[in-house]
Design a protein around this ligand. Structure first.
Ligand SMILES: [Zn+2]
Length: 343
């Protein structure tokens, strides 16, 4: 058994390395073909499934990267036009700025990178005057130097230089703010999201080119491959991050055109779906309540896909980036004590 497991590990490793090499060359990686070639011999009845045979995920943790306030209409939706509540809304509600740290056998993986505190200290952080004018009318930000991702990771006992990969759910400034701190990490973004950078004014959607297209960033665009796995029926495709089924990226557009979610699975845990900003609170998605931002119809379509996924994956725990309950929900899914109150 253990020898078989060694073979499995070696084969999986070979596949991951091959895929990375192919990606660096900008070539197409035929996932199914290489799975067949490299993993075929190890996939036999001795294993229940590859996923049960090894437990590649060791941990999932919420990282707190500061806090903010937003208009009530922004979080919970409104019949009024966006500009109305931006200028006349008087009810502000708090939201946490969070990202996620996943311990995978191949190394540490981040899901989003938090906000850059320079957004408050550097008056030129947002180049366009209109953006500088609007930001404080949309968000009240409370972030300090200690909320930068390298500091946050340090507090969590992980060196920023050990982050191997960062999945970027979408390109908003409060999700890509830490990319300069992890120059050695591959930054994964959906090709659809990356295409927004070619729009005439991505900054109008709070996608700030000058902080995304930085020389140190190792951006890798991913596309979703079709799958015949019935669990993912309805989704346009999937991207199996490590090739072991433990971290599956799924397109969940609506908040932005190329937003994606990550499904984390480990034997003995409830499956976890990190949805980024698809919703601000899991229960809003369950009740079909769209926020005051994003593309309404597309959001509703993504909500429906996520709910269908939940029907097929009982216990699926939906975790939104700006949900105060994120840590508690992950704790419940993984059976550990919540870390709330620690930071
Ligand atoms: Zn966002």
């Amino acid at each position: 058994m253990s020898k078989r497991r060694d073979i499995w590990d070696a084969s999986l490793n070979a596949k991951v390395q091959l895929r990375e090499w192919v990606a660096r060359k900008g070539l197409f990686f035929d996932e199914k073909l290489w799975t067949k070639i490299l993993l075929a011999d190890t996939r036999n009845s001795t294993f229940e499934t590859p996923f049960h045979a090894d437990h590649p995920i060791a941990s999932v943790r919420v990282l707190k990267c500061g806090r903010a306030e937003q208009h009530k209409e922004h979080r919970y939706g409104s019949n009024r036009p966006q500009l109305w509540w931006v200028f006349f809304g008087r009810s502000w509600v708090p939201l946490p700025l969070q990202c996620f740290l996943i311990g995978h056998r191949n190394g540490w993986v981040l899901f989003d990178t938090g906000i850059d505190p320079a957004i408050l200290s550097d008056s030129r952080y947002i180049e366009q005057a209109i953006g500088r004018f609007l930001l404080p009318r949309i968000f009240h930000l409370y972030v300090s130097e200690s909320d930068r991702i390298d500091q946050v990771l340090d507090k969590a006992g992980v060196a920023a230089s050990d982050i191997r990969m960062a999945v970027v759910s979408h390109l908003h400034f409060d999700h890509v703010g830490g990319i300069a701190q992890v120059p050695q990490a591959d930054l994964l973004v959906s090709a659809r999201e990356w295409a927004i950078l070619s729009d005439p004014h991505p900054e109008r959607e709070w996608i700030l080119r000058q902080h995304i297209e930085i020389p140190s960033a190792k951006w890798r665009q991913i596309t979703f491959e079709p799958t015949d796995d019935p669990i993912f029926e309805g989704f346009e495709g999937i991207h199996d991050l490590a090739g072991d089924g433990s971290m599956i990226l799924l397109p969940t557009p609506g908040h932005t055109a190329g937003s994606m979610s990550m499904l984390i699975r480990r034997h003995g845990w409830d499956p976890i779906l990190l949805v980024g900003d698809l919703t601000y609170e899991a229960n809003l998605l369950e009740q079909d309540i769209v926020p005051g931002t994003g593309e309404g119809e597309t959001l509703l379509a993504s909500f429906a896909k996520v709910r269908r996924l939940k029907q097929r994956l009982p216990g699926l725990t939906i975790v939104a980036s700006h949900d105060f309950a994120a840590d508690e929900r992950i704790s419940q899914a993984t059976g550990r004590t919540p870390a709330s109150g620690e930071s």
